[in-house]
Ligand binder design. Structure first.
Ligand code: PMT
Length: 429
């Protein structure tokens, strides 16, 4: 088992921080990047240092901070053996991505014009890696034509813009300009780092969560699925360059940024319709969702009143989505992966499901095992292929299980042509 997030492990991330009240959120971003396994080098403008001390970043990243353009050279290699050199040139050349967060109107203007007179703008001018900017400023400044033009210029040059959010601003007003959540920025950085990955140009549809089958306007039947497994797969596929469509039930998870689309559904019927649409472009379908096998035969219009006696509820079967998808005219060529949630005879039951649903891969999941199945952060699964091959994986984080599933999907996909041009990944997230 290894820590962190695969695409960030060992990645060199340069984080440029400019002078906004939101600079404190850059500390959280630096921490999240570091914990995920990235080597984070921070560059601070003088104005940023009015809000946050270099020491905060140094303590979090365990790396020297580039805070003075005129200071002697800084240590630049990850292992600490490489001595000193010109910080901005080295940072610019060695980094895999440069993230400017928060990016003030002023730094955006400098980056657009190619001005270089502070640690962040000189690093940006020297950089040979992708640029991500996360603007933060007053709404009026963000909407000003000058800023809009600078953002458009950076985008046209290939930069990825993490749009600010609407919310409370330092001015006391509310509007568009609040720095995006560090978690959202992290998502975008992951997607940018992975965009040339092994699933580049492929379109992957992932389902997640437990469907909710209504009984009356206030009640439904559901199951214990939290969506964690499906979300981990969707995020990992994005980090390998895929255009991901996530079909999700109303789970209590943050919706990932940088996906091609997120479709919210509640019932199995709604998931079926969403799947049919996604099938038009999908190269692979991964069904991690726990789809209810039964639904109420009739849904009451009004809340069912509590009576003296019990309540007899008649259930009818839901369609089997995976099985149905095998008969859709446009299914040919799609890699279809199912999960099998079992409480006994794991491998026999999973193999039977794979045959009945004509799957390319089934992920057998003993949901009674400790540290596996519903709602926990870890899982233990066995991968089963139609030719009888099996691979049992130990208990590990769902993020790692997701990578193992995608490794297998990637191998199957490499034998197949992309079905059509994958929808492009958003430049703005
Ligand atoms: O969401 P988490 O809390 O992280 O939990 C993860 C998980 C346990 C839900 C996940 O790892 C898992 O096992 N998902 C499959 C759950 C399930 O419905 O298994 P099943 O054996 O009933 O169904 C087999 C396959 O057919 C599944 O891919 C399922 O999505 C699909 N199915 C099931 C019923 C149905 N009516 N239509 C379907 O397409």
């Amino acid at each position: 088992m290894s820590d962190g997030i695969r695409v960030l492990r060992g990645a060199r991330v340069a984080l440029g921080v400019s002078g906004s009240i939101a600079a404190y959120k850059a500390v959280a971003l630096a921490s999240a990047l570091h914990q995920a396994g990235a080597i984070v080098d921070v560059a601070l403008t003088a104005d940023a240092q009015r809000f946050v001390q270099p020491l905060s970043f140094q303590a979090i990243t365990h790396r020297p901070v580039f805070s003075d353009l005129w200071a002697p050279g800084m240590e630049t290699t990850a292992g600490g053996e490489g001595g000193h050199s010109i910080a901005h040139v080295t940072l610019g050349h060695e980094s895999d991505v440069l993230v400017v967060a928060p990016a003030t109107a002023h730094i955006l203007a400098k980056l657009a014009l190619g001005l270089a007179d502070d640690p962040v703008s000189v690093t940006a001018l020297a950089a040979r890696c992708p640029l991500v900017v996360a603007p933060a400023m007053d709404a009026g400044m963000y909407n000003h034509p000058a800023t809009a033009q600078n953002v458009a210029t950076l985008r046209a040059r290939g930069a990825t813009v993490v749009e600010p959010e609407v919310g409370h601003l330092a001015s006391g007003l509310s509007g568009l300009g609040r720095l995006a959540d560090p978690e959202r920025i992290l998502d975008v950085v992951r997607g940018v780092l992975g965009r040339n990955g092994d699933l580049q140009g492929r379109s992957v549809t992932v389902t997640a969560g437990g469907t909710q089958e209504p009984i009356d306007p206030v009640r439904f039947i559901t199951n214990r699925s939290s969506g964690k497994m499906g979300y981990a797969i969707a995020e990992a596929a994005r980090d390998r360059g895929a255009a991901v469509t996530l079909i999700t039930t109303p789970v209590a998870l943050r919706r990932p940024a940088g996906l091609a689309g997120i479709i919210e559904v509640e019932t199995a019927e709604q998931m079926l319709r969403a799947l049919r649409d996604a099938y038009e472009t999908a190269d692979a379908l991964i069904m991690a969702a726990a789809v209810a096998d039964f639904r109420a035969a009739s849904v009451a219009d009004q809340k069912i009143k509590r009576g003296e006696g019990g309540l007899d509820l008649r259930l009818e079967p839901n369609p089997d989505l995976l099985r149905a998808s095998a008969d859709w005219p446009n299914h040919r060529g799609i890699v279809r992966v199912g999960f099998a949630a079992e409480t006994r005879d794991l491998l026999a039951n999973a193999a039977e499901k794979a045959r009945r649903k004509t799957l390319d891969l089934v992920v057998a999941n003993d949901v009674t095992a400790s540290g596996a199945g519903f709602a926990v952060d870890t899982n233990a699964v066995t991968l089963l292929w139609p030719d009888g091959r099996q691979e049992s994986l130990p208990v590990q984080p769902k993020t790692e299980v997701a990578e193992a599933v995608l490794d297998a999907v990637g191998v199957i996909l490499r034998g197949r042509q992309p079905r059509m041009e994958a929808p492009s990944r958003p430049r703005t997230a």
